[in-house]
Design a protein around this ligand. Structure first.
Ligand code: HAX
Length: 441
């Protein structure tokens, strides 16, 4: 067994024993209560899931295995000459629950290189789609076509013992993470660069090689990809893409099926697609006002128009966060360091100064502050990646690191099929009328 797999299994066995002990003594302890508003309004704030890889605090933002983004930037291994963390290191941290050494991160880079072959039928499946197909649809089709390679699906068909599920799921997760940049780059080059594809460079790290296959050799863009792939990787378990991957995986659908399902959720405009919506919205604003640098007053007017048309301001608000997203701040710091005079980046910063008080004044929005998607597009445009419909694919490649590490943990801990209870309004009315025995069996 390879070293990484052995280390994971050891950690997972220890954690499983610990959880068993906790449940033995505390199974009936109550950790929350559920209100009718939560039942009707998106289960907001209901604690009902365990996801080991990261934890979100409403005010502080995300921590990956206890580490904030600035801490990751300081403590994770870097590429030679670079100053942003290697996403391979974050993956190691999420999977093994220990900070990786440089050697640990390099081991993952090599392991991913070895597993990165994508069979031709995957490219054929993508090629069968009309060129105008949205890149996220192409991405999901590519992942689904790759499902032919699932070790878990084959082992399950052969009758694998349930205590061994984690093993082929681990292999599928590693294979998928290794292959996704290839598929994603293929989609980009097919749709936007005349089908001129670029071979992988085995000397580069995972994110650097992805940048290379996309056609961006600029060291600044490679650094951006390392940061981008790190900060988008995970956001605890309840967000749509993570929760969907976990939910579908709980039916023992293999990691390809589960991750593709998660990506369909990421493709929604209230979730990952917001990164394309932000840039589209800024471009429409620039076009309407016929200026590359709208003033704060012009931005404020445009925000009011957006709201009056019954639309959301993309990139602002969050279901859990109640402060500026530290993923936004990390990108802002990157912008200050690499491109402080960029007109689009400055517009993003002016929007940041303009939007929150307007949203706050409406009184109903719980979080008027920017989320991760408010900033990412402007950095990509700076390096020449203009095709904003593609941006959510980048998010998806990164998100694989977190949700697939989590899926390994789900199977190693023997998490059961997910099946919460739903009710009808009729039942709610009976409950309010205090009728007996309403919850049934
Ligand atoms: N612009 C306008 N209205 C907004 C808003 C925004 N940015 N954010 C919230 N609202 C509205 C809601 O639509 C809701 O209106 P109604 O009562 O009329 O239905 C009201 O304010 C209360 O919503 P909330 O409780 O504050 O927010 P939710 O938890 O329901 O929704 C969302 C969280 C992120 C979906 C929401 O803030 C939103 O639509 N934001 C814009 C889209 C976006 O940026 N999405 C990306 C989120 C981060 C992410 O997942 N990235 O991938």
């Amino acid at each position: 067994m390879e070293v990484l797999k052995e280390r994971f299994k050891k950690k997972a066995d220890e954690a499983a024993t610990e959880i068993k002990g906790i449940l033995k003594d505390h199974s009936n302890d109550v950790i929350g209560e559920v209100t009718l508003a939560q039942v009707y309004q998106g289960m907001r704030g209901i604690t009902g899931l365990v996801s080991e890889t990261s934890l979100l605090d409403a005010h502080e933002g995300i921590r990956f295995r206890g580490y904030s983004i600035p801490e990751l930037q300081e403590k994770l291994p870097k590429a030679k000459g670079g100053s942003e963390p290697l996403p391979e290191g974050l993956f190691y941290l999420m999977l093994i629950n220990e900070l990786p050494s440089e050697e640990d991160a390099n081991t993952i880079t090599e392991l991913l290189q070895r597993r990165s072959h994508v069979p031709n039928h995957v490219f054929d499946a993508i090629d069968a789609l009309p060129i105008e197909t949205h890149p996220m649809t192409m991405f999901v089709v590519g992942i689904m076509a790759l499902q032919t390679e699932s070790h878990f699906a084959k082992e399950y068909a052969r009758g694998i013992n349930k205590k061994d599920y984690w093993d082929p799921v681990f292999d599928d997760a590693m294979d998928l993470i290794a292959r996704l940049p290839r598929i994603a780059a293929y989609i980009y080059r097919r749709k936007y660069k005349n089908n001129q594809h670029i071979n992988p460079n085995g000397l580069l790290d995972w994110a650097g090689n992805f940048a290379h296959m996309l056609g961006f050799e600029d060291e600044g863009f490679m650094e951006l990809m390392r940061l981008y792939m790190t900060i988008h990787a995970d956001h605890e378990g309840g967000n749509v893409s993570a929760h969907t991957t976990h939910l579908v995986g709980s039916a023992l659908s293999d990691p390809y099926l589960s991750f593709a399902a998660g990506m369909n959720g990421l493709a929604g405009p209230l979730h990952g697609l917001a990164n394309q919506e932000v840039i589209k919205w800024i471009y429409e604003l620039r076009e309407k006002l016929n200026t590359e640098q709208p003033s704060k007053e012009q931005i404020a007017e445009y925000v009011k128009t957006t709201l009056s048309e019954g639309k959301v301001v993309p990139g602002y608000g969050h279901a859990v966060l109640r402060k500026t997203d530290p993923r936004f701040t990390a990108q802002m710091e990157f912008g200050k360091k690499h491109m402080p005079d960029d007109a689009l980046v400055q517009t993003v910063w002016n929007i940041y100064e303009t939007v929150p008080p307007i949203l706050q004044s409406l009184g109903k929005i719980k979080n008027p502050w920017p989320n991760v998607d408010a900033h990412s597009g402007a950095l990509l445009v700076h390096y020449g990646m203009m095709e904003y419909e593609y941006y959510t694919v980048l998010f998806g490649v990164s998100r694989a690191l977190g949700v697939l590490a989590s899926l390994c943990w789900d199977r190693a801990l023997g998490q059961p099929i997910e099946r919460p209870k739903s009710i009808t309004t009729d039942l709610v009315k009976k409950w309010l009328n205090k009728e007996d025995n309403i919850w049934g069996d």
